[in-house]
Design a protein around this ligand. Sequence first.
Ligand SMILES: [Zn+2]
Ligand SMILES: [Zn+2]
Length: 299
Amino acid sequence: MSSKNTILVTFWGTRGSIPTPGSNTEKYGGNTSCISVSQGETMVILDAGTGLRNLGLELVRQSARGSHKINLHLLLSHTHWDHIQGLPFFAPAYRAGTHLTVYGSRKKGNFLESILRGQMDLNYFPIELNELAADISIREIGEHQSLTLGRMKVTWEEQVAHPGGSLRYCMVVGRKRIVYASDVELDCIFPPRGDKTRHNRTLIDQYRTMIHGADLLIADGQYTEADYPNKVGFGHSSIELVARLAYEEKVKQVAIFHHEPQYSDTTLDRIWADLSPRYSLASPSMNLFWAREGMTVAI
Ligand SMILES: [Zn+2]
Ligand SMILES: [Zn+2]
């Protein structure tokens, strides 16, 4: 049943690292990271991977039906290709009626704006960032800040266990809470692999506190535990660890996200069939599912 607090989460791109078009990725999708989180008139976009293109086309279709001007908040976890490459192909950015605010960590060695401008340099793309018709502002955000967007409150934390770092975001509307924590290598923080330094213990506490009791956790689960030892240091987590931590922290639903480019639909189905019943049949139960392009979840 929907209420004024209902949050709609739509996955526009769920693949990690690089787009993977093809018949063996049709089910879960080949576009890279992009999610929309809507509540009332407020729309937040999490990351601007190639999935952003289809979201843009949908937003233009909706505004052509006369619903409203486009006012968007784009929260970037970080600026690796698979999280920004959709931006030059985002149709609303070419329209004067669009207001787009882009948020990202100020903890980058380079200014966020120069990174986004750089990917639209004429060497890479025919149209430059400042030629876009939309009203675009780029805001660097620091730690211990928060944003209030409509009825949605957004907080974030730095995730250090990823090359160059990344941010995770928490979105709260009323008593509902959604956490987006992609591009983080939890396996190198948590035991048995993570060491017992005070720094690590702080990172563990921060992660557990943020996900505790979440209605939906969208989590980096790029590898199986069996494949992970070959990918240590790549900056991504194993599915089994993410599921175990979420269950311990009483998370209600977990969307495994940032799928490994080498995993076909059949592989992802098999991993899900192996792991998901362990949680759906437990008491209390937890819904562990694989994020799929085009899927909308109501929270
Ligand atoms: Zn990524
Ligand atoms: Zn990354």
